[in-house]
Design a protein around this ligand. Structure first.
Ligand code: ZN
Ligand code: ZN
Length: 155
């Protein structure tokens, strides 16, 4: 990122130059190092204000999602959904190979409500995504919104 020269930078550079010319190279070095630290800190602050483009948002979202799916919070929520769905696939009623599927609320993770989640067996889960597709972009994830009816008739 390109940083524009500010008044502070100009003052500091002038100060370093004056000290260096006046025959205090050690002092100039110290002021120089302090200035670099200060400029780095200011640059870090500026980074926060840069609006994220969709690619940045997507990679940040995917990173958070991956971490969330490894968290205790997710494993507790997963357990809650399995209990609510009585350890059966909400589509075909199978007991084996249960997976938790997001119907909606990706934008809210890790605080999505359990009403946004359903237990599906591996076969029905695959069928769902073959029929309705996969979220592929940041916008797809943010707009991902299906009703419970969509898992009921997966043929
Ligand atoms: Zn099923
Ligand atoms: Zn799914």
């Amino acid at each position: 990122m390109k940083k524009e020269l500010t008044i502070t930078d100009v003052v500091l550079i002038s100060l370093i130059a004056i000290i260096a010319i006046s025959g205090e190279p050690f002092l100039a070095l110290i002021v120089g190092i302090l200035s670099l630290i200060l400029i780095t800190l200011i640059t870090e602050d500026e980074k926060v204000d840069i609006p994220l483009n969709d690619n940045h948002k997507y990679s940040l979202f995917m990173k958070n999602k991956a971490e969330y799916l490894k968290s205790r919070q997710w494993s507790n929520k997963r357990q809650e959904v399995l209990n609510r769905d009585k350890y059966r696939c909400r589509s075909c009623g199978a007991y084996a190979n249960l997976q938790i599927h997001h119907l909606s609320h990706y934008a809210c993770i890790p605080n999505e409500p359990t009403s946004a989640l359903v237990a599906l067996c591996g076969t029905c889960h695959t069928k769902f995504h073959e029929k309705y597709g996969y979220p592929k972009t940041y916008n797809d994830y943010m707009k991902w919104d299906f009703s419970i009816d969509t898992v009921k008739n997966l043929k």
